[in-house]
Structure formats: C-alpha cells, structure tokens
Design a protein around this ligand. Structure first.
Ligand code: FES
Length: 269
C-alpha cells in the first residue's frame, strides 16, 4: 500500500535535516515502521527515491540492522535479552516461559496481534540482568513470573511502566520517536540507576579520575603518549596492600609467569 502524503512529507523532512541527505536513512526507516508497522517494499521505494539511491541500497540497510522488521510487529515488541549475563541470570527461562505463555516462537506475534516476542542481544544493562525490553524501554531484574505479568497487563490494556519510570507506549509510537519526532517524555524516569552508578561512586570515594587526554604530538605522529600515564598505571599496585578484590586480581596477574619465563622453564626441564 502506498505511503500517505503525510508520511512522505515527514520522510522528506527527515532527509532535509542532514547535509548529506542519505544520512537520514536510519530515522526514515523508523518512520516507515511507525506508519506501516514494518519496512514495506513501498517504504523502501519511497526512501530510495527521496534519497536518490537505489532500492537495493535501502534494502541492504533495512536487512542489516535487527531493529528493522520486514514482518508486521504487534502492538508491543518484547525483547528478552538472552546474551551471556542475562542468560545465566534467568533470561533463558524468561524467554522459554514467554514462548509457552504466548504460544509463539522467536520473532513471532501472538494470535491477538498484541505481542511480538524476540530474543535480543545485550542492551548494555547487564547490571540489571536479566533484562526484558518493551519497545526498547527497560524492564530490569525480571523473573519468568514478572515477565508474564508484563505481557498480560499489556494485552489487557493496563498501563505498564518501565522499571525506570516511563509509561510504555506502543511500538509504532516508539518508532516515531526513533525517527526523531519527540513525544515530549524524554525526561521521564531516571537517567541512570544505582547499580549503573556504583562504579562511579567507588571512583569518587577513592579519588580516581580519568587519565589525561593524549598530548597533541601523539595525535599528529610524534612519540605516542602512553595509553595510561605511569602514575595511573602504578595505582592498582599501590592499593594492592589494601587487599580489595580488584587489587588482589592485579597481584595475581603480577605473579603469573610471562610467556618468556614459561618457555625458559620448559627449556630448563
Ligand atoms: S547481557 Fe543482557 S543486558 Fe547485557
């Protein structure tokens, strides 16, 4: 089905934001998804025509990134992280339970058209594992039971909030935001939770700071500056006496034989 006049106008509006208009392709594809529920052949043709590139080039992008869908997505996209940390913390069980509960396989939509279930890769929220994403909003520290409750509430039309605050919108609404049309809710919820800020708190407590930026000479081809200034590189050793777990690891590493000493030992044997 052809795109509406409004959608075509907004696609042109996105392209016009960029000095090189083809830079607008990613948000344009999100807008197509918001309007059509997926990346349709007509959407690909429209993007190609506006950007003056070939449909094959647009299709190549749309099939490369996993956030672009060629099959219709339900009202809510539920992504269960089954990457390493989430998997061992229960992500695999959550995914299996949701598959059974919704009677769908991976990347399939429930019969009522409400939920599309997909296992997703790490969303950089490992400190809250296992994590479920609903339309790319975080549902932290989930269990099989809590995940079932989330999808049941969504299917029943009850308001569901991300564990970080914002009320969940539909997938199409979320796609419109990703296309660069704000919904005015960007400041809902915290920007980072306690688990994500723990390392920062420890660094502040101990007076750690980031290393200085490399000297300009290193950038322009002079002697390369050390990646870590010497005084910083010494820090773990200096605190090794304090006996914390980080520095114990450093001490173990220090005791480990180098490949040279191991080779020497073998020769000696
Ligand atoms: S492994 Fe799941 S968010 Fe990183």
């Amino acid at each position: 089905m052809a795109l509406s006049t409004d959608t075509l106008g907004e696609l042109r509006e996105i392209a016009a934001r960029y000095p090189q208009k083809r830079s607008g392709l990613l948000p344009m594809l999100h807008l197509v998804q918001s309007s059509e529920g997926r990346v349709t052949p007509e959407g690909i043709e429209a993007c190609a025509e506006i950007l003056e590139i070939s449909p094959a080039e647009v299709s190549g992008v749309a099939t490369f990134y996993t956030m672009y869908k060629r099959k219709p997505v339900g009202d809510y996209h539920v992504g269960v992280c089954t990457n390493t940390l989430c998997a061992v913390m229960g992500g695999d069980e959550i995914f299996t339970r949701l598959k059974d509960h919704l009677d769908v396989g991976n990347d399939e939509t429930s019969a009522d058209g409400k939920i599309t279930l997909e296992h997703v890769e790490c969303n950089a929220a490992c400190d809250y594992a296992p994590v479920v994403m609903v339309n790319w909003e975080f549902m932290d520290n989930q269990t099989p039971d809590s995940a079932v409750q989330v999808v049941d509430d969504l299917r029943a039309g009850r308001e569901v909030r991300s564990t970080r605050g914002p009320a969940l919108c539909t997938w199409r609404e979320a796609e419109r935001v990703l296309a660069g049309f704000p919904d005015g809710r960007v400041d809902e919820g915290p920007s980072a939770g306690p688990a994500s800020l723990l390392g920062l708190g420890i660094a502040r407590e101990r007076g750690w700071t980031a290393p200085d930026a490399p000297a300009p000479a290193a950038v322009s081809g002079g002697d390369p500056a050390p990646a870590v200034p010497e005084e910083r590189a010494e820090e773990p050793r200096a605190t090794a006496e304090s006996g914390d777990s980080t520095t114990k690891a450093a001490a173990v590493e220090e005791d480990a034989p180098t490949s040279e000493t191991a080779a020497e030992k073998k020769e000696a044997d």
